[in-house]
Design a binder for this molecule. Structure first.
Ligand code: ADP
Length: 271
């Protein structure tokens, strides 16, 4: 791969001297290309549900005297609207966290609370596939962070674990302290797994191993990109272990607030 330069030549005084300025544009061109790709992807992803909605609206108009058909089309319109809403929501979250600015207002966040909340939000989807969601092991552990973003990241991982697992399996969310300064949160499933050659790419925006399957499960293709940015913003990292056909474990490693909360509430002082 070559490099790109902008070269400016300016005369310097009256002795025939010139000043040559060369600016390396390689990085700028690369960033621009990525941005262009992203905008093209977003437009494409938006076009799909919007196109489906307008087609369905037309069809439902022609089926006015068939209540059963109207009900069916209305259901599909609702499904497409939910997809559209999820996509816009994820785009908004991404645009908030992918820049260089630090997150405002970080507060102590209890891992047991956010895990319970994230599991709660995935429960309906899990129950519909008879997938058991189990959580545990994080009493007293706290990190400094943005509670809503951390819940979103955990929820995306649990959502994926459910989406890419067969019925009647288990998803386990567990947390443990390691090296004294970190906490590792693991989300483990017994699902389809990820081919080794794809693991590096799954955190890219809109990258899917199997686009048809992702669409079927209502995925936006942005879930893991959000997980990665949220983790980085909290000074942590995300890693994956996976075996095709037997399951995956996603691990969030975050810096702990030291020391962990005492198990017993401290006595409140009288005013
Ligand atoms: P999507 O909305 O498509 O799920 P994500 O960014 O959340 O988008 O994930 C990107 C891709 O990574 C998915 O399309 C899927 O192919 C793969 N993937 C993510 N989580 C899992 C998992 N737990 N098991 C198997 N594949 C997964």
């Amino acid at each position: 791969e070559g490099r790109w330069f902008a070269v400016r030549v300016a005369p310097l005084g009256s002795h025939g001297l010139v000043l040559v300025l060369a600016e390396d544009l390689t990085e700028m061109r690369r960033t621009e290309a990525i941005r262009r790709d992203f905008v093209a992807n977003v437009s494409h992803e938006l076009k799909t549900p919007v196109g489906a909605l307008s087609l369905l609206a037309e069809t439902v108009e022609g089926a006015a005297d068939d209540p059963e058909a109207v009900r069916r089309f209305a259901g599909r319109m609702q499904y497409e609207s939910v997809r559209l809403t999820n996509l816009v929501q994820d785009l908004m979250t991404l645009s908030r966290i992918q820049g260089d600015e630090p997150l405002p207002e970080l507060r102590p966040v209890r891992l047991d609370e956010i895990t319970a909340e994230a599991i709660d939000r995935c429960q309906i989807k899990a129950s519909s596939k008879d997938i058991e969601l189990a959580g545990g092991g994080q009493e007293g552990l706290r990190v400094r962070g943005d509670e809503e973003l951390l819940i979103t990241a955990l929820r995306n991982l649990i959502d994926n674990a459910v989406a890419y697992s067969p019925e009647h399996t288990r998803v386990v969310v567990s947390a443990r302290r390691c090296e004294d300064r970190y906490v590792e949160i693991n989300v483990t499933d017994q699902g389809i797994g990820i081919p080794e050659t794809e693991i590096e790419r799954i955190f890219e925006r809109f990258y899917r191993v199997d686009p048809a399957r992702s669409r079927q499960t209502g995925g936006t293709g942005l879930g893991l990109a959000i997980v990665k940015h949220v983790t980085t913003k909290h000074g942590g990292e995300v890693t994956v272990w996976s075996k095709e056909g037997s399951g995956s474990t996603f691990t969030l490693r975050l810096p702990l607030i030291d020391p962990p909360l005492p198990a017993v509430k401290p006595v409140e002082r009288a005013a």
